[in-house]
Design a protein around this ligand. Structure first.
Ligand SMILES: Cc1cc2nc3c(=O)[nH]c(=O)nc-3n(C[C@H](O)[C@H](O)[C@H](O)COP(=O)(O)O)c2cc1C
Length: 211
């Protein structure tokens, strides 16, 4: 690969980075994903930055029917309770995922073999900052291979129940769970977001950056 990249290569990278949308519905629930493909994506994910504790990320690929059903049940319960608590209707896209979550070809849990070292802001920033970049890289690597997923964190509300299903030790944590399948008819577009100029300051907070 040339360095710097060609404009076509930059455009392609930007396209992947900008279109890793949540895919909950337009997934092929019947097409298995070879574990090798997921391992290739994890090999990309572990190129992410990691903090002083080193490579304490662990990934759990769940593709057994019994495990997926048990997880799907907990996920659904958390979501239903949350919507009830907030008095909000469930969005069709969320409903579509819970209806078939037990059939998703794979769930990938992004885990840490360790806990935050304290309650300070710094320890939390270091802890989550050492795992979430890998989770996002994983989602991008999946996207590049035609695999759709969704960044889900709802299961962290039932950390212990999930850990027990996954056989995780006391000192480990699960952070993000990506339900993964090959996309089927999904059109993945850039999201409507504020432009860089509106969210970027020059030198001091609130100083406009200009064009
Ligand atoms: C911190 C965080 C937690 C999220 N948790 C969930 C979740 O548990 N379940 C889910 O379906 N989506 C979850 N999402 C995905 C958002 O709902 C999603 O970003 C939103 O649907 C917008 O769609 P887009 O990602 O395609 O722009 C989460 C996103 C973030 C940033």
């Amino acid at each position: 690969m040339p360095d710097p990249f060609s404009q076509d290569e930059i455009d392609l990278v930007d396209e992947v980075l900008s279109t890793a949308r949540s895919v909950r519905r337009k997934l092929d629930f019947d097409k298995p994903i070879p574990r090798r493909v997921l391992l290739d994506c994890i090999d990309v994910a572990v190129q992410a930055p990691t903090g002083i504790a080193g490579e304490n990320w662990r990934f759990l690929i769940v593709d057994s029917a019994a495990q997926k059903s048990a997880i799907a049940k907990i996920y659904t319960q958390i979501l239903v309770n949350l919507m009830e608590e907030r008095g909000m209707p469930m969005k069709p896209t969320h409903k579509a995922l819970i209806d078939r979550l037990h059939e998703i070809p794979a769930m990938i849990f992004v885990c840490v073999d360790g806990q935050p070292l304290g309650e300070t802001v710094g320890s939390h920033v270091g802890y989550y900052g050492s795992i979430l970049p890998a989770a996002w890289s994983l989602m991008l690597a999946l996207r590049a291979r035609g695999l759709g997923s969704t960044w889900t964190t709802l299961l962290s509300a039932q950390q212990e129940a999930v850990k027990s299903i996954l056989g995780m030790p006391e000192g480990a944590m699960q952070t993000v769970m990506l339900p993964v399948g090959y996309t089927k008819g999904a059109v993945l577009k850039r999201a409507a977001r504020l432009p860089a100029q509106d969210v970027t300051f020059a030198n001091r907070w609130n100083e406009p950056i200009g064009d």
